[in-house]
Design a protein. Structure first.
Length: 68
């Protein structure tokens, strides 16, 4: 994207997708951009966002960014 590197991997199975990457705001925006670029209709209220070893406050902030 625009010459900036951002590594996000994903796994897909049936109607489920799991994104794997570092927990940072850049990756959150990258995931949201990918979903919007392909016009994927995602109900963020039915989706799950989780992180391992990350403060709950950080996770809540990123969830709010995805719901905008």
């Amino acid at each position: 994207m625009g010459g900036l590197e951002c590594e996000v991997s994903f796994l897909q199975y049936a109607n489920d997708t799991i994104f794997v990457g570092d927990v940072n705001v850049k990756n959150v925006f990258t995931i949201k951009t990918i979903l919007r670029m392909f016009e994927l209709r995602v109900n963020f209220f039915k989706s799950c966002f989780g992180a391992i070893g990350v403060d709950d406050g950080v996770v809540e902030r990123y969830v709010k960014l995805l719901n905008r």
